[in-house]
Design a protein around this ligand. Structure first.
Ligand SMILES: [Ca+2]
Ligand SMILES: [Ca+2]
Ligand SMILES: [Ca+2]
Length: 95
């Protein structure tokens, strides 16, 4: 199951929950989570993927790291600029 941190499932990624089933011989499984490419300038943000439980059916299984931290690297950039202007000398001020 995914869990929000600074990244949240409303804006940054799509919540995922489910069950992974390992058959004899399986050594890894893949969890696919959709990431949202926002147009917002943000910090890099993280969310978690947790393995909340293990059902071993009597087999000898060791549960290792049960939490992954996913960091979403922001790809948006802020731009700040200032424009040239022309002003009459009797205008008093310019902005
Ligand atoms: Ca965000
Ligand atoms: Ca973006
Ligand atoms: Ca962004």
């Amino acid at each position: 199951a995914t869990a929000d941190q600074a990244a949240n499932s409303a804006n940054d990624y799509t919540t995922k929950t489910g069950t992974l089933t390992f058959s004899p011989g399986d050594q890894s499984q893949t969890i696919v989570i959709s990431i949202t490419d926002t147009d917002l300038v943000e910090w890099d943000e993280t969310f978690l993927v947790n393995l909340p439980g293990l059902q071993t059916n009597g087999r000898n299984v060791v549960l290792g790291d049960t939490q992954a931290v996913i960091t979403i690297h922001d790809n948006d950039q802020a731009a700040i600029s200032i424009n040239d202007t022309t002003i009459n000398e009797d205008a008093g001020s310019v902005s």
